[in-house]
Design a protein around this ligand. Structure first.
Ligand code: SF4
Length: 447
C-alpha cells in the first residue's frame, strides 16, 4: 500500500504554511480558475463531475448539497468546521496548522460557487497553533488580494472570519451546533427546523462543511475533475486521509486512494504495525462500532463496503477516516469505560437520555471493572445501549452523540464477551487511569 496525496500534497515541505511556498507549488491556481475563468455554476458542475463527497462522516455528495441549497434560495454564509472532537481524529487540525492556504482557498472557492457573503472558519479555541497559523495565512491571502476576488451574492468580496469555538464538542450535530455557537456561544446542538435541511445563522440559511472536504477543491479545480475521478471507486472517488493513533508504531495521518487496500495493510505497512508485536485487540474506525482485530484485517478502506454510508455488506459506519488501535494490553471493558467517560464529558446535557443514560452506563461498567458485580446483566445493559443508540431517531435526543457512544460500547463488549465476564467475576483490579492509551495530543506525528 502506498500513500496517494491530494489533500496532504506538500505537507512535508519546509514552510508549507507560507503563501510563497504554497504559490510556488500551484497554490491558488484552482481559485484563479474558479474566479477568473469559469462562473460559479461551472464550478459546481466541476465538483459534481469529480464526484466529491463530504469527508465529515456522512459522505454526502457535495455538489448535490450545493444544488439543493440553491433550490432553497441559496445560503448567506459558509461555516467551515475545524473543530473535530472525535477521539483520535486530528486531520483537520493538521490541515489548519500545516496547509492553511489550502483550507482558505477551498473555502473561498466554495463560497464563490455558493455566492455566500460570509465564511466562518470555526476553529477550536484551545488549538492555539492552528488559530495562529490560520490567522497569519488569512492576512497573507488578504494582502495578496485572493480574498477580495471571491464574490458573494451582493457582488462584494466574501468576508472571511476566524471564529474560535469551545471544544471538544459533541461528536455529532455540528451542522446545527456551529451556527448556534456563533450566535450565542453555547455549545448546544439545536433540533433541525424540519422545513428543510439547512441550518440557520441569525435567521439566514447556511451550509456547514468539514475542513477536509473543502480542502480537496483547489486540486480538483486546478487538475480537473477527471484526474480525481480516476482514483477510488465510482461512488466514492478520490482519496481519504486517515488519522491513525493508539498502540501503533508510526501514528500519523496517511492519505490513501479509496479502495486501494485494507485497514490491516494500512496498520501493518504505513503505520508500522502494532507496538511491541502484541496482539491487535480492537480498532475504533471513527464511526461505529469498534471492531476486533481479525475483522479489521480484510476490511477495505472504502466507505462503499460499509452499511453506512455505502450500503455495503459490512455493518457499521465508515466514519470520517479515523482509527484508534488498541492492543491486548488493555481490555474491552476498560476501553468501553474510558470511551463512555469521554463521551459523557462532551455531551451538552440538554437531553435526559444522553445525560442520564451515559452516567448509568459509566457506573455500570465501573462496577464491572472493579468486580462490584459478579456477572453482566446482559438484558439491562443492552436495553440501555439500544435506547442510547436510537435516541436521536426516536426523538429522545437532539443529536446523534449518544448513538456513537452506544455503538462503540456495543462493539467493544462483543469483541470478547468471555474476557468481559472473566474480568467481572474475578473482581479484576481496576485499571490504572494514568496508563496511557495514546491519543493525538500525546503522540509524535510525522509532520
Ligand atoms: S444528545 Fe447529548 S450532546 Fe446531543 S444535544 Fe442532547 S445532550 Fe447534547
Amino acid at each position: 500500500m502506498q500513500e496517494r496525496r491530494w489533500l496532504l500534497e506538500g505537507v512535508e515541505r519546509p514552510d508549507a504554511d507560507a503563501l510563497d511556498v504554497y504559490r510556488r507549488n500551484g497554490g491558488y491556481d484552482g481559485a484563479w480558475r474558479a474566479f477568473d475563468e469559469i462562473d460559479p455554476a461551472a464550478v459546481i458542475d466541476e465538483v459534481e463531475a469529480a464526484g466529491l463527497r463530504g469527508h465529515g462522516g456522512a459522505w454526502r455528495p457535495v455538489a448535490a448539497r450545493w444544488r439543493a441549497a440553491g433550490a432553497l434560495g441559496g445560503v448567506r454564509a459558509l461555516l467551515v468546521d475545524v473543530s473535530e472532537s472525535e477521539s483520535g481524529r486530528f486531520r483537520d487540525r493538521k490541515l489548519a496548522e500545516r496547509l492553511p492556504h489550502r483550507l482558505i482557498e477551498g473555502a473561498l472557492i466554495a463560497a464563490h460557487a455558493l455566492t455566500a457573503d460570509d465564511v466562518y472558519l470555526c476553529v477550536r479555541a484551545d488549538w492555539r497553533r492552528a488559530r495562529s497559523v490560520l490567522g497569519h495565512a488569512m492576512d497573507e491571502a488578504r494582502a495578496a488580494g485572493w480574498i477580495d476576488r471571491a464574490l458573494g451574492r451582493s457582488g462584494h468580496a466574501v468576508r472571511l472570519h476566524l471564529h474560535p469555538v469551545p471544544g471538544p464538542l459533541p461528536a455529532r450535530g455540528t451542522d446545527q451546533l456551529l451556527p448556534h455557537l456563533i450566535e450565542c456561544s453555547r455549545p448546544e446542538p439545536r433540533a433541525s427546523n424540519g422545513t428543510n435541511d439547512l441550518p440557520t445563522l441569525f435567521g439566514a440559511p447556511v451550509l456547514v462543511h468539514t475542513a477536509a472536504t473543502l480542502a480537496f477543491l483547489p486540486a480538483i479545480l486546478a487538475r480537473g475533475s477527471g484526474a480525481f475521478r480516476e482514483l477510488g471507486s465510482a461512488d466514492f472517488p478520490g482519496t481519504v486521509a486517515i488519522s491513525v493513533s493508539g498502540h501503533i508504531r508510526r501514528p500519523g495521518l496517511f492519505e490513501v486512494e479509496i479502495g486501494s487496500g485494507s485497514f490491516g495493510e494500512l496498520i501493518d505497512t504505513l503505520a508500522g504495525g502494532v507496538v511491541d508485536e502484541t496482539d491487535l485487540l480492537a480498532v475504533f474506525p471513527g464511526g461505529a462500532p469498534a471492531l476486533d482485530g481479525d475483522a479489521l484485517k480484510s476490511l477495505q478502506i472504502d466507505p462503499g463496503v460499509w452499511s453506512q454510508p455505502g450500503g455495503g455488506e459490512h455493518e457499521g459506519s465508515f466514519g470520517c477516516g479515523t482509527i484508534v488501535v488498541a492492543d491486548d494490553a488493555v481490555t474491552p471493558l476498560d476501553l468501553a469505560a474510558r470511551w463512555l467517560d469521554h463521551a459523557a464529558q462532551l455531551g451538552c446535557g440538554q437531553c435526559p437520555v444522553c445525560r442520564e443514560g451515559s452516567v448509568w452506563l459509566i457506573q455500570h461498567l465501573q462496577r464491572l471493572r472493579e468486580g462490584g458485580v459478579t456477572a453482566i446483566d446482559p438484558s439491562a445493559l443492552q436495553e440501555r445501549l439500544e435506547i442510547l443508540a436510537h435516541g436521536e431517531g426516536e426523538g429522545l435526543a437532539i443529536c446523534g452523540h449518544p448513538t456513537v457512544a452506544a455503538h462503540v460500547t456495543q462493539g467493544l463488549l462483543q469483541i470478547a464477551p468471555e474476557h468481559v465476564d472473566s474480568q467481572a467475576s474475578a473482581g479484576a483490579t481496576p485499571i490504572d487511569d494514568d496508563a496511557p492509551l495514546r491519543t493525538a495530543d500525546s503522540i509524535h506525528l510525522r509532520f
